[in-house]
Write a protein that binds this ligand. Structure first.
Ligand SMILES: *[C@@H]1O[C@H](CO)[C@@H](O)[C@H](O)[C@H]1NC(C)=O
Ligand SMILES: *[C@@H]1O[C@H](CO)[C@@H](O)[C@H](O)[C@H]1NC(C)=O
Ligand SMILES: *[C@@H]1O[C@H](CO)[C@@H](O)[C@H](O)[C@H]1NC(C)=O
Ligand SMILES: *[C@@H]1O[C@H](CO)[C@@H](O)[C@H](O)[C@H]1NC(C)=O
Ligand SMILES: *[C@@H]1O[C@H](CO)[C@@H](O)[C@H](O)[C@H]1NC(C)=O
Ligand SMILES: *[C@@H]1O[C@H](CO)[C@@H](O)[C@H](O)[C@H]1NC(C)=O
Ligand SMILES: *[C@@H]1O[C@H](CO)[C@@H](O)[C@H](O)[C@H]1NC(C)=O
Ligand SMILES: *[C@@H]1O[C@H](CO)[C@@H](O)[C@H](O)[C@H]1NC(C)=O
Ligand SMILES: *[C@@H]1O[C@H](CO)[C@@H](O)[C@H](O)[C@H]1NC(C)=O
Ligand SMILES: *[C@@H]1O[C@H](CO)[C@@H](O)[C@H](O)[C@H]1NC(C)=O
Ligand SMILES: *[C@@H]1O[C@H](CO)[C@@H](O)[C@H](O)[C@H]1NC(C)=O
Ligand SMILES: *[C@@H]1O[C@H](CO)[C@@H](O)[C@H](O)[C@H]1NC(C)=O
Length: 779
């Protein structure tokens, strides 16, 4: 690897004119001046070229060769002349190459350009800082199952700490999207089918990340994740009431309450209007209704789609000016790379009178506001010396946190005859393609990271070391129908006391995913079936058929419909959504009872893909008259009508998850049973751990609007509380319930809390509701 120490010498030769770094006495350089004054002062000093450059994303590879680390001074000068807003650094290269590349760029911007405007430095981060050897947390759909916002906030703080140590100050996370279309490949990146849970988790992520002075980017705005046919970037159908009722709350919680410094517009069209040019979403809702002050960026290549996918402008040669007119004007302030860099047309358009400079000024102001509020003008570079980086990245504390969060996210689906927890002295056969050999991470992990981490076999071996006996047989490849490994796996099970079989779906890091390697989930990897592929289901059956107690672990990025028969036939059944790098240890923690499972499903499990969508908060009138039929495994058919041979009800509903403890609910009370829309109610309930084992319960609060002026969800989650309760103890759990949260979008699309009765329900899942009381709202 070539040294880049000589970079500054090279740069000095690069003919940088007016190397003042800005007027040091200028208002915008004064940290004591108000941000509004600083923006106004800077804006009036900027040429239209300076302004346009603040709206276009650059890339570190324009001046650093990410393969050998060498520096290209003219590439830096060129990048910052046209694309100075931000730059992307998410490359599989060493920390020092990134660190040096960022420092050189910020130094150059601050000292060698006329105005000295620092850049946003960006990479991905939905479940870990996207940089080799940074801590990998479990996938978003997984950590949402923890129902533990405080722990998610800690995770985001850790991610922020890691990012900052290399000078990165913006991450493209979290998602506000809802996992309501399970065929879609990006379910694993989303938090939940439910807007309240997704909002709480996204909010906690934003607060945690930004506490480290790293900007969050709430994406993909808005309502991208229910595409037609489940196909990535496909059209989403819905009207304004559905947008406001169902989709917007999670984004709003993260963006407005969380104070997110940026938002990313999405790839799809909603009701025939592309999100990237959707002034109803980006201006009417985000700006006028929510008062959002920071900036919106497009997704990679997202602006080009106006011409190339939506045919709202000429695709070849691409009509760049039309794209600027559509996207910038609607409220996509900044343009990400990955496309035609249409926003570089801005100066020409303004000079020719084809674009109002006021629109450009508004967009630039929003970008500058983030840079001022993040403190970048004072501290443009946050990276630490190379030999210090490991004090901030992948520390023992962040790794331990990954294990804790992962263990709290694991959902115990079945535990027939209390077969779990296992004894560490047992003879255990670990079986299955997801049990060892690679880490079954979700997408958005660094290139080749599947070779780093604790596999289920590693974790089980570690937990039982010196006590039991652990054997391993792969059984089959995940991508194959070949059963030649079955005999070995069956023998291993037969020779053991218990078998642990790990199967599921798989994804890839972004490099392999886009290079076309096989996968069954992930970005642009969509499916028409939620069944296990290849020999995996037959392997599970073959092991169960040995008669040995069999624990099936689904390691996946979404619900799998084989759960229907596995739930009946396995001795115990565990869902571990794509794990953290400590996944095997987290699984062992639960298997052996060092951690009592407390995860609850963030998405419902349907009986079949034909029953989709299967979310719990269907509108009143949904799921009417269920008369399910059955095709029994013995061949007997019992005909029903909805469905003929299946059921529309979920196998496992949203919020479901068992514990090694059991909990009884009693004494549900409201702080007042009659309230006005501005009141804040407290709901209390006594929860007793009536088992002999300390445990943790997620107490869930749902509300049903008894009579409403439009059709509303049958019930909706409005609060939850995760509480540790010692064996035999009772805790009084309090959950706040602001009455203003009980509103609906009326016939005129006005948000109103309508007077009348609301049923407040408390329970252990969206279907296991243990008690209810009535709240009467008065005008
Ligand atoms: C920036 O400009 C100054 C003054 O012209 C020069 O001494 C310095 O080497 C330049 N910095 C870099 C990183 O090239
Ligand atoms: C620097 O800015 C101050 C305040 O805006 C102004 O009075 C002064 O003339 C500027 N100096 C230069 C060299 O531009
Ligand atoms: C900002 O205010 C602080 C405290 O009043 C003062 O010490 C500092 O010199 C000021 N900085 C500038 C650039 O005016
Ligand atoms: C980066 O460096 C590698 C290895 O030296 C070289 O093969 C490659 O061509 C370089 N890339 C560019 C864009 O210069
Ligand atoms: C990641 O860590 C491993 C083990 O310490 C090391 O061999 C490798 O070089 C590191 N990779 C990068 C890109 O820093
Ligand atoms: C094994 O488990 C122990 C405690 O459960 C943990 O401290 C250790 O890090 C684990 N070892 C590995 C290699 O994961
Ligand atoms: C799936 O991808 C792996 C590489 O990860 C490859 O070895 C295997 O042959 C592929 N299988 C199929 C059926 O495409
Ligand atoms: C098949 O299974 C169903 C459900 O358990 C049962 O009702 C039926 O009698 C069985 N039929 C036969 C032929 O065993
Ligand atoms: C604990 O409470 C649950 C829920 O009320 C109940 O089903 C179960 O029987 C109770 N268990 C014991 C041991 O009392
Ligand atoms: C209810 O709580 C909100 C903040 O969450 C507060 O703004 C409002 O004033 C409270 N209402 C009452 C009646 O206390
Ligand atoms: C909706 O708007 C219409 C027209 O302004 C008005 O007549 C009607 O009362 C409004 N309905 C509600 C429920 O506010
Ligand atoms: C409320 O609880 C009662 C029993 O106490 C039950 O009959 C009723 O169905 C529950 N209401 C709802 C909406 O679940």
């Amino acid at each position: 690897m070539k040294s880049i120490i000589s970079a500054s010498c090279l740069l000095a030769a690069a003919a940088v004119s007016a190397a003042s770094g800005g007027n040091r006495t200028a208002v915008y350089k004064n940290p004591n001046a108000s941000v509004d004054d600083r923006i106004a002062d800077l804006l009036k000093r900027m040429t239209i070229e300076d302004k346009a450059a603040q709206l276009v994303q650059g890339d570190i590879s324009n001046w650093i060769n990410t393969t050998d680390g060498s520096f290209n001074a003219s590439g830096l000068v060129w990048n910052m002349q046209y694309r100075a807003s931000s730059f992307y650094v998410g490359y599989p290269t060493s920390w020092s190459v990134i660190n040096d590349g960022v420092r050189i760029a910020q130094d150059y911007l601050m000292h060698n350009t006329t105005l000295g405007i620092p850049a946003l430095v960006q990479t991905e981060g939905i479940h870990g800082f996207l940089m080799p050897n940074a801590t990998i947390f479990n996938s978003p759909i997984g950590y949402a199952c923890s129902f533990n916002p405080a722990l998610v906030q800690k995770m985001a703080e850790a991610i922020g700490q890691e990012a900052r140590a290399l000078g990165v100050n913006q991450l493209f996370a979290p998602l506000g999207d809802l996992a309501r279309e399970l065929r879609y490949g990006r379910v694993e990146e989303s938090f939940s089918e439910d807007g309240y849970l997704a909002g709480e988790i996204a909010y906690s992520y934003v607060v945690g990340l930004q506490s480290q002075k790293v900007a969050a980017t709430v994406k993909h705005f808005a309502a991208v994740a229910s595409p037609e046919q489940g196909l990535n970037t496909g059209p989403v159908h819905g009207g304004p009431r559905e947008l406001l009722t169902t989709y917007m709350p999670s984004y709003k919680r993260a963006i407005v309450d969380g104070g997110a410094y940026s938002v990313m517009s999405a790839y799809h069209c909603y009701d025939g209007v592309p999100a990237v040019a959707n002034s109803y979403m980006l201006t009417d809702i985000l700006r006028k209704s929510w008062g959002y002050k920071y900036f919106v960026t497009s997704d990679a290549g997202g602006t080009d789609r106006l011409c190339s996918a939506f045919y709202m402008c000429r695709a070849s040669p691409i009509d760049k000016e039309a794209i600027v007119s559509l996207a910038l004007t609607a409220g996509t302030d900044a343009e990400m790379g990955g496309g035609s860099y249409n926003y570089q047309q801005i100066p020409e358009m303004v000079k020719a009178g084809r674009l109002s400079e006021a629109i450009v000024d508004t967009a630039v102001s929003r970008v500058l506001r983030v840079k001022f509020e993040l403190g970048l003008f004072e501290t443009p570079y946050t990276g630490v010396p190379d030999d210090q980086a490991s004090k901030y990245i992948h520390t023992p504390e962040t790794v331990a946190l990954a294990r804790q969060l992962d263990a709290e996210s694991i959902v115990l689906l079945e535990n027939h005859n209390d077969i779990l927890p296992l004894k560490k002295t047992a003879k255990i056969a670990v079986i299955g393609p997801m049990a060892h050999g690679f880490m079954n991470y979700g997408d958005y992990v660094p290139y080749k990271s599947q070779y780093r981490g604790v596999t289920p076999l590693d974790g089980i071996q570690n937990a039982t070391a010196g006590q039991g006996t652990v054997t391993y047989a792969q059984g089959c490849e995940r991508w194959s129908n070949d059963e030649s490994g079955f005999p070995e796996a069956i023998s291993a099970a037969e020779a053991a006391d218990v078998a642990v079989v790990v199967v599921g779906t798989w994804s890839r890091d972004q490099t392999e995913l886009w290079a076309g390697f096989n996968a069954t989930t992930g970005e642009h990897i969509d499916t028409s079936s939620l069944d296990l592929v290849g020999a995996m289901p037959r392997l599970v059956s073959a092991i169960i058929d040995t008669g040995k107690p069999t624990v099936v672990v689904l390691s996946s990025g979404k619900p799998i419909t084989d759960a229907v028969w596995i739930s009946q036939n396995a001795s115990a059944f565990i869902q571990q959504f794509y794990p953290s790098e400590e996944g095997g240890n987290a699984l062992a923690d639960v298997l052996f009872g060092d951690v009592n499972p407390s995860g609850k499903l963030s998405v419902s499990f349907p009986h079949s893909v034909g029953a989709l969508p299967n979310f719990y908060d269907y509108l009143n009138s949904g799921r009417a008259w269920p008369d399910p039929g059955v095709a029994y495994p013995n061949g007997t058919l019992r005909f029903g009508s909805s469905y003929v041979l299946d059921t529309p009800l979920p196998l496992y509903e949203f919020g479901y998850g068992k514990s090694y403890s059991t909990f009884a609910y009693s004494n549900l009370q409201l702080s007042k049973s009659t309230a006005s829309a501005s009141d804040n109610i407290t709901v209390t309930v006594d929860v007793t751990n009536n088992s002999t084992r300390d445990g943790t319960e997620v107490v869930q609060l749902y509300v049903k609007d008894v009579v409403a002026s439009v059709v509303v969800p049958n019930i909706q989650l409005k609060g939850f509380s995760k509480v540790a309760i010692p064996a035999g103890a009772t805790k009084t759990v309090s959950i706040p319930l602001p009455v203003r949260d009980l509103g609906l979008w009326d016939i005129n699309l006005t948000y109103v809390v309508e007077p009348g009765d609301f049923t407040v329900l408390v329970g252990s899942s969206s279907a296991d509701l243990r008690a209810n009381v009535t709240l009467t709202v008065v005008a």
